[in-house]
Write a protein that binds this ligand. Structure first.
Ligand code: PBG
Length: 325
């Protein structure tokens, strides 16, 4: 009897030689929460190890990330004010706009700046679209999302990443960017975003949970966790509308979805290991239930094995700093 596979597991060097999946630093994206006060640093209770930063500490943090080999930052803003239509999301003096200008000025093309586009952090009701008669209204949300995208492109964003899950927003944003002379900017669409409980810690970090007005959850616009054919439809529509990169989110409970979408579309595919997936590892490690490095590596490789090209993970910096990869 020939036992070829087991013979290939005899030593770490041999296992490395035949390993099928790798996580290069070039595929990692580090998310950041940007505060309006320039020198602010606020550790997040909901996400141990992650701080919300003003522009100055953010510049220093991104500089050290670049030294570690992380060349892509994803920015979320915490605005000073909110209203019914999320107008602070279009404010050129808002935290993400100012951070984007500063980052591009300092690091130019060495750093790719991705800016999340959504209304939930900027609306007083906390929904990702505008409310009309107590419901989230798709069509009236599109011009606001497009205006936010254009304002971020003006600030220098390389990649615009709409996470709102309104229908037709990729086309609306593409048309608006092209119309304003930003045909050279890419769109990373959160094409397949499930209504998930794993966003809990993020909503505390971004102060973006749905409030009293409107529906109590996001199930009228984010995807139903029971569906996978719908994910393929969402992905194909966004490619048709002009998305350059697609995303599946969350990652770990949706590895089958990542694999299916990867098979069906030919654009690069990102997967977002979200705040709750981060927190789960942190809590396990804190309780001494497993080594954090092993947990992180298992997750990152699982998502790559499923077919993701790009990994958005709050553990990016730690994984490289601690040389886990
Ligand atoms: C905004 C947005 C969310 C996340 C990214 N963009 C939250 C949500 O949809 O409620 C979640 C990211 C994370 O949990 O790490 N719409």
């Amino acid at each position: 009897m020939r036992i070829r596979p087991r013979r290939l597991r005899r030593s770490a060097a041999l296992r490395d030689l035949v390993a099928e999946t790798h996580v290069p630093s070039s595929c990692l994206v580090q998310p950041h929460f940007v505060l309006p006060v320039d020198d602010a640093v606020e550790p997040l209770g909901s996400m141990p190890g992650i701080d919300r930063l003003g522009v100055e500490p953010l510049l220093r943090r991104v500089e050290s990330d670049l030294e570690l080999g992380i060349h892509t930052a994803l920015l979320f803003g915490i605005p000073e004010s909110k209203d019914a239509v999320g107008s602070s999301g279009e404010d050129p003096e808002g935290p993400v706009h100012r951070a984007t200008r500063a980052l591009k000025e300092h690091f130019a093309q060495d750093l790719t700046v991705i800016t999340d586009v959504c209304l939930c952090t900027y609306t007083d009701h906390g929904h990702c679209g505008l409310l009309q008669d107590g419901e989230v209204d798709n069509d009236s949300s599109l011009p606001r999302l497009a205006a936010q995208a254009v304002s971020l492109a003006q600030a220098g964003a390389d990649v615009i990443a709409p996470s709102d899950m309104m229908d037709g927003r990729v086309r609306a944003i593409r048309d608006a960017l092209d119309g304003e002379g930003f045909s050279n900017r890419s769109i990373l669409s959160y094409a397949v975003k499930y209504a998930s409980s794993f966003y809990g810690p993020f909503r505390e970090a971004a102060e973006s949970a749905p409030k009293d007005a409107g529906p109590r959850d996001r199930k009228t616009y984010q995807m139903d966790l029971r569906n996978v054919c719908e994910a393929v439809r969402e992905a194909s529509i966004d490619v048709e509308e002009g998305a350059d990169i697609l995303m599946v989110k969350p990652a770990l409970a949706y590895l089958d979805v990542i694999a299916r979408v990867k098979d069906e579309v030919s654009v690069p595919l990102a997967a977002y290991l979200v705040s709750g997936e981060y927190a789960a590892i942190e809590l396990m490690a804190r309780e001494g239930l497993a080594a954090k490095s092993a947990l992180v590596l298992e997750h990152l490789h699982a998502v790559r094995r499923a077919g993701a090209d790009i990994l958005i993970t709050y553990h990016a910096r730690e994984a490289l700093r601690e040389a886990w990869l």
